[in-house]
Design a binder for this molecule. Sequence first.
Ligand code: F6R
Length: 240
Amino acid sequence: MKIIRTKNYQELSKKASELIVALLQKKPQATLGLATGSSPLGLYQNLINHYNNKDISFKNVVTYNLDEYCGLPRLHPQSYYSFMYQNLFSHIDIKDENVFLPNGEASDLEAECKNYNALLDKANIDIQILGIGSNGHIGFNEPGTPFSQETFIVELTSKTREDNKRFFSSLDEVPTKAITMGINNIMQAKMIILIASGKGKAEAIRKLINGPVSVDFPASILQKHPHTIVIIDEEASILL
Ligand code: F6R
């Protein structure tokens, strides 16, 4: 695991975007695994800027998102589908048909997991972007999830729902389930970039880097991935 320490969130976002820009310049038809949440927002803004400067194009890029809430309409402002269009896809030249997210509205959610998993099996993701939950989740793989897990429906923990409440008007509105790539899917990516900023992530980063590899802290499996880069700011690294 390679650790890149940066001064602040701005520098962290710049470092992460430089890695993606380098990939897209070398391989314009690259496949990216994408995350939602606060952590990648600066990265996505930088990618939009690079696109506007004509440094990169997304016209041959294919993306797969980590996860999606169940039961929220796709166009609900807090769906991950909406998040990705608002914060990245609407601002670049990616083709809609090259954008993949699990369908959390599917009438048969189990079948949807199988479909998404089959897509991921063929995806060959070049770079997977990850954030990290304070309890060590990656995607929505909560503590206790087996490392062999593939795409599945997850019951969100109260901690994760609490963490995500800030995007909804009340805790009751936060969905209770999501479809997520499993840990095994995430580990198939050729390269993983995990980004974390702020002191709220410091304990998670300590466990990610120095803790034992254990299903109790799902992100710890990244220690076993051959090509993971962890990009953190000063506050997230205070416990290292
Ligand atoms: C998002 C995802 C989550 C987040 C994690 C951190 O698609 O799968 O694992 O990456 O909850 O969220 P933020 O970045 O909001 O702290």
